[in-house]
Ligand binder design. Structure first.
Ligand code: GDP
Ligand code: MN
Length: 379
C-alpha cells in the first residue's frame, strides 16, 4: 500500500528523524492560512502516490500566503502520472546546500532489507542509478541484528565528510531502519536528505510503501489508506475480494487460483500475447465475483479480448458460467470472450453457456491460442 508524503513524514518524525514542520490541505484557502501561520517562504507539494512531482510542477515555492494560495490552485488542478492531486502539503522552504539520497527496500534477491544511499540525491536519482551507478552504495541488513551502529556510520561516511554530519546521518539511517521494520514497509525513502545552509541534515521528502499483509493485520496502518488516491480498479478489486494486479498488455484474464493465473499469463506470453492483468477470482464460486471481475477488466480500454480460465475443483464451473451470463447481462463488454473451463459440473456449465449462444473450450492451450489470435484480429 502506498501512503502519502505527509503520512510517511509523520511516521519518520515519530521515529525521531528531523522533518520540517508543515500541514496538509485540500483547498487553496487552507493553504493560504497554513502559509500565514508558518511565515516566510513555503513549499507547496502535491500529495499523490507518485515520484517525480518536482519535475511535473507539483512542488513549488511561494514567498507569500497569497502566492501560496495561487500556487496551490494550480497544483490542485494537476494530474501527475495519471493521478489527480487532491491534497497538498505546505512546509517552510528550506535553504538547500546539498541533496543526498537514503532509501531502504525489501530485496527479494538477498531476502533482506537493503539500504541504498547516494551523495548525489535530488530529483535525478533514477538517472544517477542508470548512468553513474558507482555513486550509489548498497548494504544488505541482517534482520536478526538490524542495522548495527558501525554499519550506519559506514553508510553515513559515503554521504558526508564532516563528522558531526556523519553522526547525524547515521542516526537518521538507524531510525529509518526502525521505521521500516515497525510499519512493515517494503520501501522507505528520503530524497532529498538535505543539508541546509547551517549544515543541519533534514528529511525534505519521504516516501513509504507498506506491505499489504502488514496493513491487513494493523488497523493503525489501514487507516492511512487513501482510496481516492488509488487506482479505481484496484479499489474495486479489493472491495470485491479479488486479487488483481494491472499489467500493461491487452489480454484480460479471469482465472480461479493464483497458480493457474500465473500459468495462464505464462501461456499468453508463450503464444505471443501480453496479459492485461493478473486476476484470481478465488476458490469459492460466487457469480458476483465474476461480475466484478468483468467490471474491473473492461474499465481498461487497452483490453482487446478476455480469457476465462476456470479449473473446477471447489469452484463449481456452472456457478462461474452463471456469473458470466449475469455479468454479460449487466455489462457491455465490447470485446471477444474466450472461455476455457473444465472440472466440477462442467456439463452443466456448458449447457448454461450454450443456452445464451456461447461456447466453452476444454483445452487450456487451445483457449490461450484462440484469445491471442482474437487480439491479433482486433489490432
Ligand atoms: P519529488 O520530485 O516528488 O521527489 O519531490 P521532492 O519533495 O523531493 O521535491 C523535489 C525537489 O524540490 C527537491 O529535490 C528539491 O530540490 C526541491 N525542494 C523541495 N523542498 C524544498 C525546499 O524546502 N527548499 C528548496 N529550495 N527546494 C526544495
Ligand atoms: Mn523526492
Amino acid at each position: 500500500m502506498n501512503i502519502h508524503e505527509y503520512q510517511a513524514r509523520a511516521l519518520l518524525k515519530a521515529e525521531g528523524i528531523p522533518v520540517p514542520d508543515g500541514d496538509v490541505a485540500e483547498t487553496p484557502a487552507e493553504v493560504k492560512a497554513i502559509a500565514a501561520r508558518l511565515g516566510g517562504t513555503v513549499v507547496v507539494k502535491a500529495q499523490v502516490h507518485a515520484g517525480g512531482r518536482g519535475k511535473a510542477g507539483g512542488v513549488r515555492l511561494a514567498k507569500t500566503p497569497e502566492e501560496a494560495e495561487h500556487v496551490a490552485t494550480s497544483i490542485l488542478a494537476l494530474t501527475i502520472k495519471g493521478l489527480p492531486v487532491r491534497k497538498v502539503l505546505v512546509v517552510p522552504a528550506a535553504e538547500i546546500a546539498g541533496e543526498a539520497y537514503a532509501g531502504l527496500i525489501m530485496d527479494r534477491e538477498t531476502q533482506r532489507p537493503v539500504f541504498m544511499v547516494s551523495p548525489a540525491g535530488g530529483v535525478d536519482i533514477e538517472e544517477v542509478a542508470a548512468t553513474t551507478p558507482e555513486k550509489i552504495f548498497r548494504l544488505a541488513v541482517d534482520p536478526r541484528y538490524g542495522l548495527l551502529p558501525h554499519q550506519a556510520m559506514g553508510l553515513a561516511f559515503r554521504l558526508y565528510h564532516d563528522l558531526k554530519q556523519v553522526r547525524a546521518a547515521a542516526s537518521i539511517l538507524e531510525r529509518l531502519y526502525r521505521a521500516f521494520v515497525r510499519h512493515g514497509a517494503s520501501l522507505a525513502e528520503i530524497n532529498p536528505l538535505a543539508t541546509t545552509g547551517d549544515g543541519t541534515i533534514v528529511a525534505l521528502d519521504a516516501k513509504m510503501v507498506l506491505d499489504d499483509n502488514e496493513v491487513e493485520r494493523r488497523p493503525d496502518l489501514a487507516q492511512l489508506r487513501d482510496p481516492s488516491a488509488e487506482d479505481p480498479s484496484e479499489v474495486l478489486a479489493r472491495e470485491s475480494g479479488l486479487s488483481f494486479i494491472k499489467l500493461e498488455g491487452n489480454v484480460g484474464c479471469v482465472v480461479n487460483g493464483a497458480g493457474l493465473a500465473m500459468a495462464t499469463m505464462d501461456l499468453v506470453k508463450y503464444y505471443g500475447g501480453e496479459p492485461a492483468n493478473f486476476l484470481d477470482i478465488g476458490g469459492s464460486s460466487n457469480p458476483e465475483k465474476v461480475v466484478n471481475a468483468l467490471r474491473i477488466i473492461t474499465r481498461d480500454a487497452k483490453v482487446k479480448a478476455i480469457l476465462f480460465n476456470i479449473f473446477g475443483g471447489i469452484t463449481r464451473t456452472d456457478d462461474v458460467a452463471n456469473g458470466i451470463v449475469t455479468a454479460l447481462d449487466q455489462i457491455d463488454v465490447g470485446v471477444p470472450i474466450v472461455i476455457r473451463l473444465t472440472g466440477t459440473n462442467e456439463a452443466e456449465a456448458i449447457q448454461i453457456l450454450e443456452g445464451v449462444g456461447m461456447t466453452a473450450l476444454n483445452d487450456m492451450d487451445e483457449a490461450v491460442q484462440q484469445v491471442v489470435h482474437r487480439v491479433g484480429e482486433a489490432a
